[in-house]
Design a protein around this ligand. Structure first.
Ligand code: NAD
Length: 482
């Protein structure tokens, strides 16, 4: 009998699109359903193992897979264009995160007896079942590990769908981890929207953990809600970075701000996506930003020494960001290149020069929407009230930062910005901490990753009660007074 050829997903190097980095086998709805069924069939035995045993097995499997970090980091850098040191850092971070969550599990997941006195009351945490973990392309290893480690340790099975834009390193890592689990509770399925829909729609899925853009997240949420599936939704951001009038734009402080904006060529969910600066300070701040950025940015192959910014992820992403720059200029904005005059943008590959834009109104798409690429607007504000109004504009609320010489003033102000993560004199990766739950407000999503809260997403509460017995048997019915 003839079998249908399985479609292969081929990933090109965004720094040199004619070069194929690798391929993974693509899935179809039938193979997704079968992966979910295998995961569900294995989950009961997995959940029956003790918490200590599951934790030990999961950490050993992750540690063993981490032996492949040098090759996986290089593969990740080549398939997605992120700098090699950042890709190696991603693998280290993911492993450390798994260990951090495991320590939390030992404290948080055991049964909790409640109350004093007769009878027996316990609050138990049960696994949810089979988790659909859908991951974006821009930090695939970390954003899969925020789901895989807590889900497996809590007794669930997990089926992960990487983005077709960065499927290679993550699929290889998952395969390596799964090979060291005694039960087949970890699977990877590959493909785009159709495969994601089949995963969320598979009968045995009991929870969805999604990280990606707000529009796609909305579609996933609508599909999941039709089946009452609980979701963790980690979505997009249009995060304000606010400079106060006492801020001193030293080169060191400006360097922190520049990287807060442009790590991974601006393709980070929690990157600073709008810079809000006191109106009178805009010229000085802009000059300082341009000086430092031009000193820092060197575009090129992300695996090459000395390169500080790689390409965008795809031709489509490059087209969208280029169109935003053109739109900004049409609206009267001043678009400033952040490469040294004379520094070339590589001809091949999905490269764009990083850019700063001043003089745009609040309704310009670059200001009002998430850009997710190497271009950022500076908006002037007159007073604190206007700053807060600008910072809180729109539905997104992932992270926000305030930069000031007065830490207490910054602390008080930043908490008035509607965002899931509020930072003082830090932004993006420098504001991260394992013990702070991460996630959005409004259209940036709900549910949390990291910390105690990020672990507890992967279990559900079960209250157990054996009331005190009367002489002769049975529990007394309390008098309600009605
Ligand atoms: P995306 O929303 O386009 O894709 C995310 C994932 O969803 C991919 O695996 C994609 O194949 C899948 N998908 C697409 N359509 C689907 C459907 N109908 N059903 C199920 N799955 C579907 O996002 P992206 O371009 O990969 O990543 C960039 C976005 O992700 C940005 O908006 C960024 O801010 C956001 N992001 C958020 C966080 C966070 O923690 N909040 C972290 C990283 C990225």
């Amino acid at each position: 009998m003839a079998t249908l050829a399985t479609p292969m997903i081929t990933r090109e190097n965004p720094a040199r699109p004619s070069e194929t980095v690798g391929q993974v086998r693509g899935d179809d709805p039938a193979s997704v359903r079968s992966a979910v069924k295998r995961a569900a069939a294995a989950q009961t035995a997995w959940a029956a193992r003790s918490l200590e045993e599951r934790t030990r097995i999961v950490l050993a499997a992750i540690d063993r897979a981490a032996d492949q970090a040098p090759e996986l980091g290089r593969l990740l850098s080549r398939e997605m264009g992120k700098l090699l040191p950042d890709c190696l850092g991603e693998l280290r971070f993911a492993r450390a995160l798994a260990h951090d969550l495991a320590a939390r599990a030992a404290r948080l997941l055991p049964d909790q007896p409640r109350g004093e006195g007769p009878g027996r009351r316990v609050v138990r945490r049960r696994p949810c079942g089979v988790i659909a973990a859908i991951v974006p392309w821009n930090a695939p290893i970390i954003l899969a590990m925020t789901k895989i480690a807590p889900a497996l340790i809590s007794g669930n099975a997990v089926v992960v769908k990487p983005s077709p834009l960065s499927p290679l390193a993550l699929s290889a890592l998952i395969t390596a981890i799964a090979a060291n689990l005694p039960d087949p509770v970890l699977h990877v399925v590959n493909g785009g929207a159709e495969v994601g829909e089949a995963l969320v729609g598979a009968a045995e899925i009991t929870k969805v953990a999604f990280t990606g853009g707000t529009a796609v997240g909305g579609a996933v949420l609508r599909q999941a809600s039709a089946r009452f599936l609980p979701c963790v939704m980690e979505l997009g951001g249009n995060d304000p970075l606010v400079v106060l009038d006492d801020f001193d734009p030293t080169p060191e402080a400006m360097e922190a701000i520049v990287w807060g904006t442009f790590l991974n060529a601006g393709q980070v969910c929690m990157a600073a996506k709008r810079l809000l600066v006191p109106q009178a300070m805009v010229p000085r701040f802009t000059d300082a930003y341009v000086d430092v950025a031009r000193r820092l940015f060197r575009l090129g192959d992300p695996t090459a020494e000395g390169v500080t910014m790689g390409p965008l992820i795809s031709a489509a992403a490059r087209g969208q960001i280029a169109a935003l720059a053109e739109d900004s200029a049409r609206r009267g904005g001043t678009v400033i290149d952040l490469l040294e005059p004379g520094d070339r943008t590589p001809d091949d590959g999905y490269f764009l020069p990083p850019r700063l834009v001043t003089g745009l109104g609040g309704d310009a798409p670059l200001v009002a929407e998430e850009q997710f690429g190497p271009i950022v607007p500076i908006t002037g504000y007159r007073d604190e009230a206007e700053m807060l109004q600008l910072a809180n504009a729109g539905d997104l609320g992932l992270s926000a930062s305030v930069w000031t010489a007065d830490g207490d003033r910054g602390w008080a102000l930043v908490g008035r910005i509607r965002a899931g993560l509020c930072l003082v004199n830090a932004h993006n990766r420098s504001g991260f901490a394992f013990d702070l739950p991460f996630g959005g407000i409004g259209s940036s999503g709900f549910g949390r990753e990291y910390g105690d809260e990020g672990l507890l997403e992967y279990s559900q509460l079960q209250s157990m009660h054996a009331p005190a017995q009367r002489a002769g048997g049975g529990a007394a019915y309390p008098t309600t007074g009605t």
